[in-house]
Design a protein around this ligand. Structure first.
Ligand code: HEM
Ligand code: FES
Length: 441
Protein backbone atom coordinates (compact mmCIF):
# COMPACT_ATOMS: atom_id res chain seq x y z
CA UNK A 1 0.00 0.00 0.00
CA UNK A 2 1.27 3.48 -0.82
CA UNK A 3 2.26 5.69 2.08
CA UNK A 4 -0.42 8.26 2.87
CA UNK A 5 1.16 11.65 3.38
CA UNK A 6 0.26 13.45 6.64
CA UNK A 7 -1.82 16.55 5.84
CA UNK A 8 -0.11 19.88 6.45
CA UNK A 9 -2.13 22.94 7.49
CA UNK A 10 -0.55 26.26 6.53
CA UNK A 11 -1.65 29.29 8.53
CA UNK A 12 -1.10 32.37 6.39
CA UNK A 13 -0.39 35.57 8.28
CA UNK A 14 1.82 33.82 10.82
CA UNK A 15 3.19 31.60 8.06
CA UNK A 16 3.19 28.52 10.25
CA UNK A 17 2.95 24.99 8.89
CA UNK A 18 1.47 22.32 11.11
CA UNK A 19 1.35 18.59 10.47
CA UNK A 20 -2.14 17.23 11.10
CA UNK A 21 -1.94 13.46 11.50
CA UNK A 22 -5.25 12.92 13.32
CA UNK A 23 -7.84 12.70 10.53
CA UNK A 24 -10.64 12.72 13.14
CA UNK A 25 -9.61 16.14 14.45
CA UNK A 26 -11.15 19.32 13.05
CA UNK A 27 -9.19 22.29 11.77
CA UNK A 28 -10.16 24.17 14.91
CA UNK A 29 -8.71 21.37 17.05
CA UNK A 30 -5.55 21.59 14.96
CA UNK A 31 -5.20 25.28 15.90
CA UNK A 32 -5.98 24.75 19.56
CA UNK A 33 -3.71 21.73 19.96
CA UNK A 34 -0.88 23.75 18.49
CA UNK A 35 -1.67 26.84 20.55
CA UNK A 36 -2.49 28.95 17.53
CA UNK A 37 -5.03 31.60 18.58
CA UNK A 38 -8.33 30.81 16.92
CA UNK A 39 -11.65 32.27 18.06
CA UNK A 40 -14.22 29.63 19.01
CA UNK A 41 -16.84 31.28 21.10
CA UNK A 42 -19.37 28.41 21.04
CA UNK A 43 -16.71 25.81 21.74
CA UNK A 44 -16.71 24.24 18.30
CA UNK A 45 -20.44 23.65 18.05
CA UNK A 46 -21.17 25.35 14.74
CA UNK A 47 -23.24 28.10 16.34
CA UNK A 48 -21.20 31.27 16.64
CA UNK A 49 -19.28 31.36 13.29
CA UNK A 50 -16.28 32.97 15.03
CA UNK A 51 -13.98 30.12 13.98
CA UNK A 52 -14.58 30.91 10.30
CA UNK A 53 -11.64 30.72 7.91
CA UNK A 54 -10.94 31.44 4.28
CA UNK A 55 -9.37 28.51 2.46
CA UNK A 56 -6.69 29.85 0.15
CA UNK A 57 -5.55 26.51 -1.19
CA UNK A 58 -6.61 22.86 -0.94
CA UNK A 59 -10.36 23.32 -0.52
CA UNK A 60 -10.89 19.86 -2.03
CA UNK A 61 -8.84 18.40 0.83
CA UNK A 62 -11.46 19.41 3.41
CA UNK A 63 -14.50 17.32 4.38
CA UNK A 64 -17.77 18.69 2.94
CA UNK A 65 -19.94 21.09 4.94
CA UNK A 66 -21.90 19.54 7.83
CA UNK A 67 -25.66 20.30 8.03
CA UNK A 68 -24.99 22.96 10.69
CA UNK A 69 -22.40 24.60 8.48
CA UNK A 70 -24.66 24.46 5.42
CA UNK A 71 -27.33 26.34 7.32
CA UNK A 72 -24.94 29.03 8.55
CA UNK A 73 -23.35 29.42 5.11
CA UNK A 74 -26.65 29.77 3.27
CA UNK A 75 -27.97 32.52 5.60
CA UNK A 76 -24.75 34.44 5.13
CA UNK A 77 -24.38 33.66 1.43
CA UNK A 78 -20.81 32.44 1.87
CA UNK A 79 -18.83 31.38 -1.14
CA UNK A 80 -17.37 27.84 -0.88
CA UNK A 81 -13.97 29.06 0.32
CA UNK A 82 -15.36 30.30 3.62
CA UNK A 83 -15.57 27.43 6.08
CA UNK A 84 -16.20 26.85 9.77
CA UNK A 85 -12.97 25.44 11.20
CA UNK A 86 -14.91 23.52 13.85
CA UNK A 87 -16.93 21.69 11.20
CA UNK A 88 -14.26 20.58 8.75
CA UNK A 89 -11.63 17.85 8.78
CA UNK A 90 -8.43 18.17 6.72
CA UNK A 91 -7.69 15.07 4.62
CA UNK A 92 -4.79 16.64 2.70
CA UNK A 93 -2.78 19.88 2.61
CA UNK A 94 -4.68 23.14 3.10
CA UNK A 95 -3.70 26.75 3.39
CA UNK A 96 -6.02 28.88 5.52
CA UNK A 97 -6.55 32.37 6.87
CA UNK A 98 -8.38 32.96 10.16
CA UNK A 99 -11.00 35.67 9.71
CA UNK A 100 -12.15 36.78 13.16
CA UNK A 101 -9.64 38.18 15.62
CA UNK A 102 -11.23 40.53 18.12
CA UNK A 103 -14.41 40.91 20.12
CA UNK A 104 -15.23 43.99 18.03
CA UNK A 105 -15.20 41.76 14.96
CA UNK A 106 -17.33 39.17 16.73
CA UNK A 107 -19.98 41.80 17.43
CA UNK A 108 -19.96 43.00 13.85
CA UNK A 109 -20.98 39.50 12.77
CA UNK A 110 -24.43 40.36 14.09
CA UNK A 111 -24.89 42.64 11.10
CA UNK A 112 -24.66 39.67 8.75
CA UNK A 113 -28.10 38.59 9.86
CA UNK A 114 -29.49 41.90 8.58
CA UNK A 115 -31.02 41.53 5.09
CA UNK A 116 -29.08 42.93 2.14
CA UNK A 117 -31.90 44.39 0.08
CA UNK A 118 -34.56 45.92 2.27
CA UNK A 119 -34.91 47.08 5.83
CA UNK A 120 -36.45 44.88 8.47
CA UNK A 121 -38.17 45.88 11.67
CA UNK A 122 -36.43 44.64 14.82
CA UNK A 123 -36.83 45.43 18.50
CA UNK A 124 -33.54 46.88 19.75
CA UNK A 125 -32.11 49.00 22.53
CA UNK A 126 -30.51 52.21 21.28
CA UNK A 127 -27.91 54.16 23.24
CA UNK A 128 -26.84 57.71 22.40
CA UNK A 129 -23.82 59.07 24.24
CA UNK A 130 -22.66 62.67 24.01
CA UNK A 131 -19.21 63.74 25.22
CA UNK A 132 -19.68 67.01 27.11
CA UNK A 133 -16.86 69.44 27.62
CA UNK A 134 -15.32 68.29 24.41
CA UNK A 135 -15.91 71.55 22.52
CA UNK A 136 -14.06 73.54 25.19
CA UNK A 137 -11.22 71.07 25.02
CA UNK A 138 -11.15 71.22 21.21
CA UNK A 139 -10.88 75.03 21.23
CA UNK A 140 -7.91 74.94 23.59
CA UNK A 141 -5.81 72.22 21.97
CA UNK A 142 -4.18 71.56 18.62
CA UNK A 143 -6.09 69.50 16.10
CA UNK A 144 -3.48 66.75 16.39
CA UNK A 145 -4.08 66.44 20.13
CA UNK A 146 -7.81 66.50 19.57
CA UNK A 147 -7.72 63.69 17.03
CA UNK A 148 -5.67 61.67 19.49
CA UNK A 149 -8.03 62.39 22.39
CA UNK A 150 -11.11 61.72 20.31
CA UNK A 151 -9.74 58.32 19.36
CA UNK A 152 -9.08 57.63 22.99
CA UNK A 153 -12.68 58.58 23.83
CA UNK A 154 -14.02 56.34 21.11
CA UNK A 155 -11.98 53.46 22.46
CA UNK A 156 -12.85 53.76 26.11
CA UNK A 157 -16.50 54.50 25.36
CA UNK A 158 -16.77 51.89 22.62
CA UNK A 159 -15.39 49.06 24.77
CA UNK A 160 -18.39 48.94 27.14
CA UNK A 161 -20.68 48.71 24.10
CA UNK A 162 -18.68 45.84 22.63
CA UNK A 163 -18.16 43.88 25.80
CA UNK A 164 -21.91 43.99 26.37
CA UNK A 165 -22.78 42.49 22.99
CA UNK A 166 -23.55 45.81 21.35
CA UNK A 167 -22.68 47.10 17.91
CA UNK A 168 -21.07 50.51 17.53
CA UNK A 169 -23.37 52.09 15.00
CA UNK A 170 -21.84 55.49 14.53
CA UNK A 171 -19.39 58.05 15.73
CA UNK A 172 -20.51 61.53 14.87
CA UNK A 173 -18.18 64.22 16.24
CA UNK A 174 -18.55 64.01 19.98
CA UNK A 175 -21.35 61.48 19.86
CA UNK A 176 -21.22 57.70 19.88
CA UNK A 177 -24.21 55.45 19.22
CA UNK A 178 -24.57 51.81 20.24
CA UNK A 179 -27.24 49.24 19.31
CA UNK A 180 -28.15 46.15 21.31
CA UNK A 181 -30.07 43.18 19.95
CA UNK A 182 -29.49 43.76 16.24
CA UNK A 183 -29.54 40.01 15.58
CA UNK A 184 -32.47 39.36 17.90
CA UNK A 185 -32.38 38.04 21.44
CA UNK A 186 -34.56 38.62 24.46
CA UNK A 187 -35.76 42.10 25.35
CA UNK A 188 -34.60 41.67 28.91
CA UNK A 189 -31.04 40.81 27.80
CA UNK A 190 -30.85 43.61 25.24
CA UNK A 191 -32.06 46.24 27.73
CA UNK A 192 -29.71 44.91 30.40
CA UNK A 193 -26.77 44.99 28.01
CA UNK A 194 -27.51 48.62 27.10
CA UNK A 195 -27.83 49.63 30.77
CA UNK A 196 -24.55 47.90 31.61
CA UNK A 197 -22.84 49.62 28.69
CA UNK A 198 -24.09 53.03 29.85
CA UNK A 199 -22.83 52.47 33.39
CA UNK A 200 -19.56 51.08 32.03
CA UNK A 201 -19.13 54.23 29.92
CA UNK A 202 -19.76 56.39 32.95
CA UNK A 203 -17.07 54.56 34.95
CA UNK A 204 -14.67 54.71 32.01
CA UNK A 205 -14.98 58.47 31.70
CA UNK A 206 -14.56 58.98 35.45
CA UNK A 207 -11.33 57.01 35.22
CA UNK A 208 -10.19 59.03 32.20
CA UNK A 209 -10.87 62.31 34.04
CA UNK A 210 -8.97 61.11 37.06
CA UNK A 211 -5.96 59.68 35.29
CA UNK A 212 -5.41 60.66 31.67
CA UNK A 213 -7.03 64.09 31.47
CA UNK A 214 -5.56 65.68 34.58
CA UNK A 215 -3.14 67.76 32.49
CA UNK A 216 -5.84 69.11 30.21
CA UNK A 217 -7.65 71.11 32.84
CA UNK A 218 -11.07 69.87 31.80
CA UNK A 219 -13.62 67.51 33.22
CA UNK A 220 -15.46 65.53 30.63
CA UNK A 221 -19.03 64.55 31.32
CA UNK A 222 -21.28 62.22 29.46
CA UNK A 223 -24.91 62.58 28.53
CA UNK A 224 -26.40 59.18 27.76
CA UNK A 225 -29.94 58.39 26.61
CA UNK A 226 -31.26 54.86 26.11
CA UNK A 227 -34.50 53.73 24.52
CA UNK A 228 -35.99 50.42 23.42
CA UNK A 229 -38.36 49.91 20.49
CA UNK A 230 -38.91 48.62 16.99
CA UNK A 231 -36.66 50.26 14.43
CA UNK A 232 -35.93 49.54 10.78
CA UNK A 233 -32.55 47.96 10.27
CA UNK A 234 -30.99 47.38 6.89
CA UNK A 235 -28.52 48.48 4.28
CA UNK A 236 -29.84 51.74 2.92
CA UNK A 237 -28.56 54.40 0.54
CA UNK A 238 -27.57 54.84 -3.08
CA UNK A 239 -27.60 51.47 -4.90
CA UNK A 240 -23.82 51.78 -5.35
CA UNK A 241 -23.08 52.91 -1.83
CA UNK A 242 -25.34 51.24 0.68
CA UNK A 243 -24.65 51.60 4.34
CA UNK A 244 -25.88 49.81 7.38
CA UNK A 245 -28.55 52.06 8.83
CA UNK A 246 -31.12 52.06 11.56
CA UNK A 247 -34.11 54.38 11.36
CA UNK A 248 -37.39 54.97 13.09
CA UNK A 249 -39.06 56.80 15.91
CA UNK A 250 -37.31 54.90 18.76
CA UNK A 251 -33.96 56.03 17.35
CA UNK A 252 -34.99 59.71 17.21
CA UNK A 253 -36.45 59.41 20.68
CA UNK A 254 -33.20 57.93 22.06
CA UNK A 255 -31.35 60.93 20.64
CA UNK A 256 -33.82 63.34 22.26
CA UNK A 257 -33.59 61.51 25.58
CA UNK A 258 -29.84 62.01 25.41
CA UNK A 259 -30.30 65.75 24.79
CA UNK A 260 -32.77 66.02 27.66
CA UNK A 261 -29.92 65.26 30.08
CA UNK A 262 -28.90 68.92 29.65
CA UNK A 263 -32.28 70.23 30.79
CA UNK A 264 -32.57 67.67 33.56
CA UNK A 265 -28.92 68.09 34.58
CA UNK A 266 -28.47 64.33 34.66
CA UNK A 267 -25.89 61.95 33.19
CA UNK A 268 -27.91 58.92 32.16
CA UNK A 269 -31.61 58.86 31.31
CA UNK A 270 -33.56 55.78 30.26
CA UNK A 271 -37.02 55.52 28.78
CA UNK A 272 -39.85 53.65 30.42
CA UNK A 273 -39.52 50.89 27.80
CA UNK A 274 -35.98 50.20 29.02
CA UNK A 275 -37.01 50.48 32.65
CA UNK A 276 -39.84 47.99 32.12
CA UNK A 277 -37.61 45.74 30.01
CA UNK A 278 -35.75 44.73 33.15
CA UNK A 279 -37.32 42.83 36.06
CA UNK A 280 -38.92 45.14 38.62
CA UNK A 281 -36.57 46.35 41.31
CA UNK A 282 -33.40 45.70 39.31
CA UNK A 283 -32.35 49.30 38.75
CA UNK A 284 -31.39 52.05 41.11
CA UNK A 285 -33.02 55.19 39.72
CA UNK A 286 -33.03 58.83 40.80
CA UNK A 287 -35.40 61.52 39.57
CA UNK A 288 -38.13 60.89 37.04
CA UNK A 289 -39.21 63.27 34.28
CA UNK A 290 -42.16 63.41 31.88
CA UNK A 291 -41.21 65.74 29.04
CA UNK A 292 -43.06 65.99 25.76
CA UNK A 293 -40.56 65.05 23.07
CA UNK A 294 -40.56 66.81 19.67
CA UNK A 295 -42.95 65.08 17.30
CA UNK A 296 -44.84 63.31 20.09
CA UNK A 297 -48.27 64.22 21.39
CA UNK A 298 -47.84 62.23 24.55
CA UNK A 299 -45.38 62.69 27.38
CA UNK A 300 -42.43 60.34 27.67
CA UNK A 301 -41.55 59.06 31.10
CA UNK A 302 -37.81 59.09 31.79
CA UNK A 303 -35.81 57.73 34.70
CA UNK A 304 -32.42 58.92 35.84
CA UNK A 305 -30.22 55.81 35.97
CA UNK A 306 -27.91 55.50 38.95
CA UNK A 307 -26.90 51.83 38.83
CA UNK A 308 -28.04 48.33 39.68
CA UNK A 309 -29.76 47.83 43.06
CA UNK A 310 -27.80 44.67 43.76
CA UNK A 311 -24.22 43.96 42.78
CA UNK A 312 -24.04 43.16 39.10
CA UNK A 313 -21.19 40.70 38.65
CA UNK A 314 -20.56 41.52 35.03
CA UNK A 315 -20.39 45.27 35.54
CA UNK A 316 -18.06 44.85 38.51
CA UNK A 317 -15.76 42.62 36.46
CA UNK A 318 -15.80 44.99 33.53
CA UNK A 319 -15.03 48.09 35.57
CA UNK A 320 -12.14 46.47 37.43
CA UNK A 321 -10.39 44.89 34.46
CA UNK A 322 -8.47 48.00 33.40
CA UNK A 323 -7.21 48.56 36.92
CA UNK A 324 -6.17 44.96 37.33
CA UNK A 325 -4.26 44.91 34.09
CA UNK A 326 -2.57 48.29 34.45
CA UNK A 327 0.69 46.45 34.63
CA UNK A 328 0.35 43.19 32.78
CA UNK A 329 3.79 41.77 33.50
CA UNK A 330 3.81 42.68 37.18
CA UNK A 331 0.41 41.07 37.58
CA UNK A 332 1.57 37.93 35.80
CA UNK A 333 4.73 37.55 37.84
CA UNK A 334 2.86 37.99 41.16
CA UNK A 335 0.20 35.54 40.05
CA UNK A 336 2.58 32.83 38.84
CA UNK A 337 4.77 33.18 41.93
CA UNK A 338 1.73 32.43 44.04
CA UNK A 339 0.69 29.48 41.87
CA UNK A 340 4.18 27.93 41.86
CA UNK A 341 4.53 28.44 45.59
CA UNK A 342 1.31 26.57 46.23
CA UNK A 343 1.78 23.93 43.51
CA UNK A 344 5.49 23.74 42.53
CA UNK A 345 4.90 20.93 40.03
CA UNK A 346 2.64 23.25 37.94
CA UNK A 347 5.70 25.18 36.75
CA UNK A 348 6.54 22.38 34.34
CA UNK A 349 3.21 22.78 32.54
CA UNK A 350 4.04 26.25 31.22
CA UNK A 351 6.17 26.34 28.12
CA UNK A 352 6.29 30.07 27.34
CA UNK A 353 8.41 32.86 28.80
CA UNK A 354 7.04 35.31 31.38
CA UNK A 355 6.24 38.12 28.94
CA UNK A 356 4.04 35.91 26.80
CA UNK A 357 2.66 34.33 29.97
CA UNK A 358 1.63 37.87 30.97
CA UNK A 359 -0.20 38.32 27.72
CA UNK A 360 -1.82 34.94 28.19
CA UNK A 361 -3.10 36.01 31.57
CA UNK A 362 -4.50 39.26 30.19
CA UNK A 363 -6.15 37.24 27.48
CA UNK A 364 -7.46 34.83 30.09
CA UNK A 365 -8.93 37.50 32.38
CA UNK A 366 -10.33 39.45 29.42
CA UNK A 367 -11.80 36.19 28.15
CA UNK A 368 -13.46 35.52 31.51
CA UNK A 369 -15.11 38.95 31.56
CA UNK A 370 -16.11 38.70 27.92
CA UNK A 371 -17.53 35.20 28.18
CA UNK A 372 -19.55 36.05 31.31
CA UNK A 373 -21.51 38.55 29.20
CA UNK A 374 -22.35 35.82 26.68
CA UNK A 375 -24.03 33.17 28.80
CA UNK A 376 -25.49 31.45 25.73
CA UNK A 377 -22.02 30.28 24.69
CA UNK A 378 -20.35 30.07 28.08
CA UNK A 379 -20.76 26.38 28.89
CA UNK A 380 -19.83 25.21 25.41
CA UNK A 381 -16.74 27.42 25.29
CA UNK A 382 -15.59 26.24 28.71
CA UNK A 383 -15.96 22.59 27.72
CA UNK A 384 -13.38 23.07 25.01
CA UNK A 385 -11.12 25.13 27.28
CA UNK A 386 -11.40 22.43 29.98
CA UNK A 387 -10.45 19.77 27.45
CA UNK A 388 -7.46 21.73 26.17
CA UNK A 389 -6.27 22.19 29.78
CA UNK A 390 -6.55 18.46 30.44
CA UNK A 391 -4.20 18.02 27.47
CA UNK A 392 -1.75 20.59 28.94
CA UNK A 393 -1.61 18.30 32.00
CA UNK A 394 -3.80 20.49 34.26
CA UNK A 395 -5.54 18.42 36.95
CA UNK A 396 -8.44 19.02 39.36
CA UNK A 397 -6.18 20.20 42.20
CA UNK A 398 -4.74 23.01 40.08
CA UNK A 399 -8.05 24.84 39.72
CA UNK A 400 -8.50 25.92 43.38
CA UNK A 401 -4.82 26.97 43.39
CA UNK A 402 -5.32 29.19 40.35
CA UNK A 403 -8.57 30.54 41.75
CA UNK A 404 -7.10 31.58 45.11
CA UNK A 405 -3.90 32.91 43.49
CA UNK A 406 -5.91 35.04 41.07
CA UNK A 407 -8.09 36.45 43.83
CA UNK A 408 -5.10 37.30 46.03
CA UNK A 409 -3.28 38.96 43.12
CA UNK A 410 -6.38 40.89 42.06
CA UNK A 411 -6.81 42.16 45.60
CA UNK A 412 -3.17 43.23 45.76
CA UNK A 413 -3.24 44.93 42.33
CA UNK A 414 -6.50 46.77 42.99
CA UNK A 415 -5.03 48.32 46.16
CA UNK A 416 -7.24 51.20 47.34
CA UNK A 417 -9.67 50.49 44.58
CA UNK A 418 -10.36 47.01 45.96
CA UNK A 419 -13.67 46.38 47.66
CA UNK A 420 -15.46 43.40 49.15
CA UNK A 421 -18.03 43.70 46.38
CA UNK A 422 -15.47 43.59 43.58
CA UNK A 423 -13.66 40.61 45.02
CA UNK A 424 -16.97 38.83 45.50
CA UNK A 425 -17.77 39.39 41.81
CA UNK A 426 -14.41 37.91 40.76
CA UNK A 427 -14.81 35.01 43.14
CA UNK A 428 -18.26 34.21 41.75
CA UNK A 429 -17.12 34.44 38.13
CA UNK A 430 -13.98 32.37 38.74
CA UNK A 431 -15.97 29.76 40.63
CA UNK A 432 -18.44 29.39 37.75
CA UNK A 433 -15.60 29.09 35.23
CA UNK A 434 -13.30 26.76 37.13
CA UNK A 435 -16.20 24.49 38.22
CA UNK A 436 -17.11 24.04 34.58
CA UNK A 437 -13.54 23.54 33.33
CA UNK A 438 -12.71 21.14 36.16
CA UNK A 439 -15.36 18.70 34.91
CA UNK A 440 -13.01 17.85 32.04
CA UNK A 441 -9.80 17.53 34.08
C1 HEM B 1 -9.62 30.27 35.57
C2 HEM B 1 -9.62 29.30 34.71
C3 HEM B 1 -8.72 29.32 33.50
C4 HEM B 1 -8.88 29.99 32.33
C5 HEM B 1 -10.05 30.89 31.93
C6 HEM B 1 -7.74 29.68 31.48
C7 HEM B 1 -7.55 30.18 30.20
C8 HEM B 1 -6.51 29.82 29.37
C9 HEM B 1 -6.42 30.19 27.98
C10 HEM B 1 -7.43 31.06 27.22
C11 HEM B 1 -5.28 29.62 27.47
C12 HEM B 1 -4.79 29.75 26.03
C13 HEM B 1 -4.79 28.44 25.27
C14 HEM B 1 -6.17 27.77 25.11
O1 HEM B 1 -7.15 28.44 24.72
O2 HEM B 1 -6.26 26.56 25.39
C15 HEM B 1 -4.65 28.89 28.56
C16 HEM B 1 -3.48 28.19 28.45
C17 HEM B 1 -2.88 27.51 29.50
N1 HEM B 1 -3.37 27.39 30.78
FE1 HEM B 1 -5.09 28.13 31.48
N2 HEM B 1 -6.89 28.86 32.17
C18 HEM B 1 -7.44 28.59 33.42
C19 HEM B 1 -6.92 27.80 34.41
C20 HEM B 1 -5.68 27.15 34.33
C21 HEM B 1 -5.14 26.28 35.37
C22 HEM B 1 -5.84 25.89 36.67
C23 HEM B 1 -3.91 25.87 34.94
C24 HEM B 1 -2.92 24.99 35.68
C25 HEM B 1 -2.11 25.45 36.57
C26 HEM B 1 -3.70 26.46 33.63
C27 HEM B 1 -2.60 26.24 32.83
C28 HEM B 1 -2.49 26.60 31.50
C29 HEM B 1 -1.39 26.18 30.64
C30 HEM B 1 -0.23 25.31 31.06
C31 HEM B 1 -1.64 26.76 29.37
C32 HEM B 1 -0.78 26.62 28.14
C33 HEM B 1 0.23 27.75 28.13
C34 HEM B 1 1.62 27.28 27.88
O3 HEM B 1 1.85 26.22 27.30
O4 HEM B 1 2.52 28.03 28.28
N3 HEM B 1 -4.79 27.23 33.29
N4 HEM B 1 -5.42 29.05 29.70
S1 FES C 1 -18.99 27.92 15.00
FE1 FES C 1 -17.06 27.06 15.17
S2 FES C 1 -16.54 27.56 17.17
FE2 FES C 1 -18.51 28.40 17.04
Amino acid sequence: MANVKTPVVTYTGINQQIEHPDLDATLLECSINNQIPHMHECGGNGLCTTCRIRVLDGLHNLSPRTLKEQEVASIRKWDPSIRLACQCYPKGDVSIQRLVWTSAEVNKLQLETVPEGSAEERAIAILFCDIRGFTKMASENSSFDIAHILNRFYTVLGDPILINNGVIYQYAGDEIIGLFGVSGGLRNKNCQDAVRAALGMQYAIERLNRIELVDFNVTIKLGIGINFGKAYIGHLGHPKHKQFAVVGDPVNTASRIQSFNKTAQTNILISESIYKGLPEGTLETGQTFSPQMDGHEHQTKLYELKGFKEMDIQLELQRSLDYILRNEEAFASKFYNRVFEKAPEARALFKNNMASQGRLLTHMLGGIVYSMSRPEHLTLGLKMLGESHARYGVNKTHYPVVLSSLLETIEEELGDYSSGQLLKAWEQALTIITTEMKKYA
